[in-house]
Structures are given as structure tokens and as C-alpha cells.
Design a protein around this ligand. Structure first.
Ligand SMILES: [Fe+2]
Length: 503
């Protein structure tokens, strides 16, 4: 039974108290659901089955697409307040010569296990407080990691990452949870985020993580190819802001400290969630921190324009400059604030859609302590990816989700020539919404600058109430999918994934 049906029956009537929504049950009962609302439906089963393939799956596309995202949004009548905020669920598509299997499994985090046993939420999370006010929420150190943002493959191991919480290691074939991992480092040394970068040439794995104490500490951690610690460093951030992703080049790390200041005292007092304590202060401008990888010098600070950034595309060095491409917004109103679209969807409402996610480029001259920002495309983009073979070095193409309607979600994909050439786009049918496109290289063409391979895109078809995985030729996305893997159900929105080519 869908949550919407439960609402109609009044089973979830206590929901209003939790979300602060006005007349929610009445609104839901009287209005038909809008197409993208299914992105916020929980997945209440763990499945493993052969999926139906429509079209022709390329004969040399063999491997597994792993993806991570929130899978569970409610317990005991209480619903999470933001679509970014649910228990992590891994879903994978195993593409083999005899067909495609789909599997999904929740990460057995401490939070998930404790709450499953109790039958209710016990932990406040970064965008949702527990019912009961500050008395129950004034323990931010009790924040429950959900391992629900990204899944990464490294040295034949599979990891699910959250933000500001330690990752979980998973068993790649069964998706069973092995447990929290510190990636071989001592307890308390460092923290990780959901966006590590892998250097395809040296094999280094570079992480940043934010620690929300009396001051904001940014941990930088780099492993070598075998997983041995290269170096670790802690920076005292010059401003207390929210950071989700970062840039890495062959010699540098760049942190983009956009003016998303955090009123941490109100969060620690249990008055707001972590997301709720973010205050966008345009007038403060942006600040770039440039750090030498493995160095001990003070970071170079460079003031820049104020833009909100979730995700970088890639970064590399060009002469004496750093090129750092990203998706950046003039404001974060689609995601942050009481009426934000990404919050409203949890109440089956259409919320505020703010500035579009433009494709932007910082060109940074560290020696001159200067940076300029260019806008490469003004459309509404998000979830940028590249061929991972080109990470940290000049890439030709970037891949993006694109929104062409006013929902704040994505219904198209874009392949952008980041060197100034052609831009390709494919727009899905009305009522179809997509997630991050993942590049899968052909077996012999992994490092081709032309990106000869495929794009794998998870798509919600709201009219069929089914998801599919759409497979495109990466250099001809305008032609549309050459194959679709149809599931028998919908899936909630997923965030980040990785492709693992079969041996
Ligand atoms: Fe992310």
C-alpha cells in the first residue's frame, strides 16, 4: 500500500505534527499525486530478480552498476522531512550475457538495525529531527549515519558513504553489510564524506570530511593504490559553512567554502536539524581554499563570487592555473528552506524552485591568489559525472541530469563538451524523471578522450509506476536509449553510483 493511501485512511495522521505541514492529509486526499512524488516513496521490500530487457543490450557492456540513495522515509507514522534524508539502500543492476538482474538491500547501519527493532525512529538525522522537541534532539553527537549518499568500489571492495559519518563496507555479491569501516585507520583519526576522488593514474584515493565541533575542522586523507595512508591533515576552516564535495588535481586540493553558514549552536541545542541551521549569506561571498596535496603550508585563501555548490564535475591543472568545473546555483532555495521543493515533496506538495544549477568553471591562479568564475551553461543541471579515467586531468565531456520543467527534479540528460564543442541532450517523456548518469566504458576504450562507451541512467516512469535503467551510447545520447531494463516497481530517488566492469 502506498503512503498516500495510508494518509487517506488517516493511518498517518500524526504526520502533520512531525513535518509541520498544514492540512496535509486533506491536500493529499483531494489532489492527484504529481508525477515526481514517487521519487519520495519508500521501498519496503528487498528484492533480487531477473529484470525484463527491452531493446538490445550491447554485447560488450558487462558488469554491475551499484547505486546508493535513501530507501526508507517513514516509520510508525513519522516521515522524514527532506528527500535527501532516508536510510541508505543499495540497488544494483548486474548486466551479464544471459540477462540483467536487479537487487536492492538496505545498509544495516546501527541506526537501521536499532530502529527496525524498535519499530520507530530513534535517531535524529541531518535534515529531520525526532518528534519531541529540543529535549530529544539536543544530542547532535547521536546523529545516526545512514550510509545513503554514495557507493564506491575500491580494490574489489564495496563501500557505502554518508556525510560526516564513517562508511560501511558491503559484500559485493549479496549486498550484505559487513559493518562500519575506518578504511584501516585508527578510531578518531579522520572523518570521511560521500565524495572521495580516485586518481586513475597513481591509484591514490583522496578524501575530505567535515567535523562539526566548536570550530569547523576539515580532514584531508589520502591513501595510496594499495590502501596505505599517504598522509592526513586537519584544517581549521576559516568560516563555519556546509561543504558537500571538493576538487582534487594532480597537485592540489580545492575546497569551495560557499556562504552556507551553519548556526551550529541551534543544532547542538536541538532547535533545528543540521540542514535547518544553514543560513545562505550571499553578501559574504565565496571563499576558495587551495591546499597542496601532502603539504603542510597554510591553505591559500581566494575570495570569489557566492554560488551554492553540491557537486564538482572535475578539476585539473592547465599551465599555472587550476580549472575546477562544477554545478553551481545563485541560491540554494530548491533544497534549503521550509518551502524548498526537495522538502515539499515529502508532503506531496510542490515547493519553491530556486536558481538553476548552472555549469560553472572556476579558473584559479594559486600563485597570484586570484580566481575567476565562468558560466558554461545556464540550464538547470545536477549530478555531474565524467568518465572516471579522466579524473584529476583534463576531461573532454561532462554528463549531467537536466531539469526542463518547474519541479526542481530532472527529466533530461546532457553530454556537454567542456572544451567548448557540441552539447547533446536527451529529454525523457512527460512524467519520467531521471537520476545521475553513469559512464560505463567499453572494454578497450576506457581512457579514450572521446568517451566511447555507454551512459546508464535510472529513470522513474510515473505513468507506468515502474522504474527502468536506460542505456545510451555515450556519444549519441540524442538518439535515445538503445536498451531499457524494466523493474516491476518504482524506486525512490538515488544519488550516486559506480560502474564496475566485469573481469
Ligand atoms: Fe553528493
Amino acid at each position: 500500500m502506498q503512503r498516500r493511501d495510508l494518509l487517506k485512511l488517516g493511518v498517518l495522521s500524526t504526520l502533520d505534527a512531525f513535518t509541520g505541514a498544514r492540512g496535509l492529509a486533506q491536500t493529499v486526499a483531494s489532489a492527484p499525486p504529481l508525477p515526481w512524488f514517487a521519487l519520495a516513496n519508500s521501498m519496503d521490500q528487498e528484492l533480487n530478480y531477473a529484470a525484463r530487457v527491452e531493446g538490445q543490450m550491447p554485447h560488450n557492456l558487462r558488469g554491475t552498476l551499484f547505486r546508493d540513495g535513501p530507501g526508507l522515509f517513514e516509520r510508525a507514522g513519522w516521515r522524514k522531512q527532506h528527500i535527501l534524508d532516508g536510510d541508505g539502500m543499495i540497488r544494483c543492476y548486474r548486466i551479464a550475457s544471459d540477462g540483467v538482474t536487479f537487487q536492492n538491500r538496505f545498509v544495516r547501519t546501527t541506526k537501521y538495525l536499532d530502529e527496525s527493532k524498535a519499530g520507530q525512529y530513534l535517531y535524529s538525522t541531518w535534515a529531520s529531527q525526532l518528534p519531541g522537541g529540543p529535549a530529544r534532539n539536543a544530542r547532535p553527537d547521536f546523529h545516526g549515519g545512514q550510509a545513503g549518499i554514495s557507493v564506491r568500489w575500491r580494490n574489489n571492495q564495496l563501500y557505502a558513504f554518508d556525510e560526516s559519518f564513517q562508511p560501511y563496507q558491503l559484500e559485493p555479491q549479496s549486498l550484505l553489510t559487513r559493518g562500519v569501516t575506518l578504511l584501516g585507520l585508527p578510531s578518531g583519526l579522520t572523518v570521511y564524506s560521500a565524495h572521495p576522488k580516485e586518481d586513475p593514474v597513481s591509484g591514490a584515493w583522496i578524501h575530505f570530511g567535515t567535523q562539526y565541533g566548536p570550530t569547523l575542522q576539515i580532514h584531508l586523507t589520502e591513501f595510496d593504490r594499495e590502501g596505505k595512508l599517504n598522509w592526513h591533515r586537519v584544517l581549521q576552516a576559516p568560516r563555519y559553512v556546509y561543504v558537500h564535495d571538493f576538487f582534487v588535481t594532480e597537485r592540489y586540493i580545492v575546497l569551495h567554502l560557499h556562504p552556507a553558514f551553519m548556526d551550529v549552536a541551534s543544532w547542538q541545542a536541538g532547535q533545528t536539524s543540521l540542514l535547518g541551521c544553514i543560513q545562505w549569506r550571499l553578501e559574504a561571498g565565496g571563499l576558495l581554499l587551495v591546499v597542496h596535496r601532502g603539504g603542510s603550508e597554510n591553505p591559500i585563501q581566494i575570495e570569489t563570487e557566492a554560488v551554492w555548490m553540491w557537486h564538482g564535475v572535475n578539476a585539473y591543472e592547465r599551465g599555472g592555473e587550476i580549472v575546477a568545473d562544477c554545478v553551481a546555483y545563485d541560491n540554494p532555495s530548491t533544497f534549503v528552506g521550509p518551502e524548498a521543493s526537495w522538502r515539499a515533496v515529502m508532503n506531496d506538495q510542490q515547493g519553491v524552485v530556486g536558481a538553476p544549477g548552472a555549469i560553472r568553471r572556476f579558473v584559479i591562479a594559486p600563485d597570484q591568489r586570484r580566481a575567476r568564475m565562468e558560466t558554461l551553461d545556464t540550464g538547470s543541471h545536477e549530478f555531474p559525472t565524467i568518465n572516471p579515467a579522466h579524473a584529476l586531468r583534463q576531461n573532454r565531456y561532462g554528463y549531467f541530469g537536466l531539469g526542463t520543467d518547474d519541479t526542481g527534479f530532472w527529466n533530461a540528460i546532457v553530454r556537454m563538451d567542456m572544451l567548448g564543442g557540441r552539447r547533446q541532450q536527451f529529454t525523457f517523456q512527460p512524467g519520467q524523471y531521471c537520476a545521475e548518469p553513469i559512464f560505463a566504458a567499453g572494454p578497450d576504450k576506457a581512457d579514450s578522450l572521446q568517451d566511447e562507451g555507454w551512459l546508464l541512467v535510472e529513470v522513474l516512469d510515473s505513468r507506468l509506476q515502474q522504474n527502468c535503467l536506460a542505456v545510451f551510447r555515450a556519444n549519441r545520447i540524442e538518439d535515445g536509449p538503445i536498451a531499457k531494463v524494466w523493474l516491476t516497481h518504482t524506486l525512490p530517488l538515488s544519488f550516486h553510483g559506480c560502474w564496475v566492469q566485469a573481469e
